[in-house]
Design a protein around this ligand. Sequence first.
Ligand SMILES: [Zn+2]
Length: 151
Amino acid sequence: MVTRLAQARAAAAAVEDPEIPVLTIEDLGILRNVRLDGDTVEVTITPTYSGCPAMNVIAWEIEAALSRAGFPRTVVRSVLSPAWTTDWMSEDGRRKLRDYGIAPPDPSAHPACPQCGSKNTELISAFGSTACKALHRCLACREPFDAFKCH
Ligand SMILES: [Zn+2]
């Protein structure tokens, strides 16, 4: 039997990141906890970036997903400590990012090109298509690509 809590957790875990739709908030590692308090679902998330505008969207998406799953009352709490790090991103999430053409977080200054795998890459702009990504270019295949910022 699937418990109400398991249903709520599954609905929250399936919420996609608005900026990178191939990743769920579980892939990103920002979904910290889901609990039931009577009729109310309490979802705890840790934002990837403080001030990342996507976080408001994510909170709204979580409420909408739980409402669709039959949970009319949801409280989304942000917990800033401990701070999210790119280490929390799942292996599955990293693979999905690469398949999507975005270099997964890499602590070195030269993330591998998601197209050809070359580490011979350069930073073009610290600001990619969104605040959470930086724009790089691969010197091997000449393709520009977004890289998830590491911190
Ligand atoms: Zn390349």
